[in-house]
Design a protein around this ligand. Structure first.
Ligand code: CO
Length: 461
């Protein structure tokens, strides 16, 4: 019997996010969903991450509607989303009632698997989401964010894996958001986890440094249950290893992924003109497609580097990029080595830019980093440096205990505020998650409906 490998296709979520800043409208993929359902993928990652925010902010789409639509076309294949634990899809900690309602509604609207992570690898920040996912009948995939630092050892990852198993997770994911996990490290880490943890292990990486395809292959050789890939036209660079190339390799090596390359070809043909349009109109910058070995030194994840470049370009200071790239790991060390994943990547990056441009370290400290120092994001992996603590908080004492217990329920207030603007609990959740964007979206929807009604009355006369 050939060895089984599960493939998760990420073109609609992570590849979309990593290459084109999640600007793919529904019209670009609605006609290919039924074909994607026939490919034999284990799952499709379609939601969460930045998709929710982007739908409301840029695409004039109801994110819940997008999910329900995908579910209506994808009947066999599991649908998967990425959730930032207590941050759900946003950049701050939400109340437990928000996290629970969001998770429950995600499952109700069609999500099968929720990959739950925390930027700090703090299991307390994942606990509520995992618990609610299991209660709602979803598959909870506990996540280990992979990063390189003096304190992130195999022992620490295995300990986290065991904790997540103890919390009831159905599977584990090793999330290498920066594409910096080498093939050998991946092999050893999967092997170490398999020895101690009795759960299927999934590996997520990026092609940023060029290691990604080799890393996935070694993951599979070490016995990973599954890996994430992107259909070839949306693969490579800050995106992911290509689906077809990996399947081709696995077929030759006697693995069975269940994925049909002929169907992949149809999917790829569908996305070719989409990619070409983004390239032509500037939504896809060709530079994100090249292999950047620097990321191995700076550990800059896909997305973060382009954010730094655009922040510097906006103030006409792109010539300071090298300094910012050197300052970034220093800020990270001061913060106790948080993995560089949302929202930590933005916080570290913005602070590094500020430190370089003001010419004095921590002359200005962002509101977010002050909150982080107070403990509002959970436990920092290592202690925060005394210098940063002092510059950020002055005499103020950091928070003790679980910060989330102090957040008041958010849903009742939001419901009362929105009144008839909200037509469903999902609308209320959109508002709690992204107040400005959701309110604008809901108002516009109401206006459009009112217009339609008056138009229909006129027509009838
Ligand atoms: Co990713």
């Amino acid at each position: 019997m050939s060895k089984q490998v599960k493939i998760t296709e990420v073109v609609l979520r992570d590849a979309n996010q990593s290459l084109i800043a999640t600007r793919m409208p529904r019209s670009d993929f609605e006609d290919i969903l039924e074909t994607m359902d026939e490919a034999g993928y284990y799952s499709l990652e379609v939601w969460g991450g930045a998709t929710f925010d982007s739908c409301l902010r840029y695409l004039d789409e109801d994110p819940w509607d997008r999910l329900r639509f995908i579910r209506s076309k994808v009947k066999k294949t599991k649908l998967q989303m990425l959730l930032r634990g207590q941050n759900i899809l946003g950049y701050r900690h939400y109340s437990d009632d928000t996290v629970r309602a969001f998770v429950r509604k995600s499952v109700e609207n069609g999500i099968d698997i929720i990959r739950i992570f925390d930027a700090l690898n703090d299991p307390q920040n994942m606990a509520t989401a995992i618990d609610e996912c299991l209660k709602a009948g979803g598959h909870a995939q506990g996540t280990i964010c992979y990063t390189i630092s003096p304190i992130h050892t195999f022992e620490s990852y295995v300990a986290l894996g065991k904790t997540l198993e103890g919390m009831g997770c159905n599977s584990l994911c090793i999330k290498d958001m920066a594409g910096i996990m080498s093939p050998q490290v991946c092999y050893d880490l999967v092997s170490a986890l398999k020895k101690e943890v009795n759960l299927p292990i999934f590996v997520h990486s990026h092609s940023t440094t060029g290691l990604g395809p080799m890393t996935l292959l070694k993951a599979i050789e070490a016995g990973a249950a599954g890996v994430d890939t992107a259909i070839s036209i949306f693969s490579g660079g800050t995106s992911h290893p290509s689906t077809e190339s990996l399947i081709y390799t696995l077929n030759e090596m006697g693995y069975d992924s269940g994925v049909d390359l002929k169907v992949c070809q149809k999917i790829n043909d569908h996305f070719k003109p989409v990619q070409a349009r983004f390239l032509k109109e500037g939504g896809l910058n060709p530079s994100v497609l090249t292999t950047k070995i620097d990321a191995l030194n700076y550990q800059i994840p896909g997305g973060m580097l382009s954010n730094l470049i655009s922040q510097l370009t906006a103030v006409d200071k792109l010539d300071r990029l090298d300094e910012v790239l050197e300052e970034t790991p220093r800020v990270r060390e001061d913060m106790g080595y948080p993995p560089l994943v949302t929202p930590m990547s933005q916080m570290v990056g913005t602070q590094a830019v500020t430190n370089v441009l003001t010419g004095e370290r921590y002359k200005l400290v962002s509101k977010e980093i002050k909150s982080y120092c107070r403990g509002e994001y959970g436990k920092s992996p290592a202690p925060i440096s005394a210098e940063l603590m002092e510059k950020a908080l002055g005499d103020e004492k950091p928070f003790e205990g679980r910060y989330d217990d102090t957040i008041e329920p958010e849903i009742p207030g939001a419901k009362a505020y929105l009144g008839d603007l909200a037509e469903s609990e999902e609308d209320v959740l959109s508002y709690v998650a992204f107040p400005q964007q959701a309110e604008a979206f809901l108002k516009e929807r109401q206006e459009k409906k009112a217009l339609k009604v008056s138009y229909t009355i006129k027509e009838a006369k």
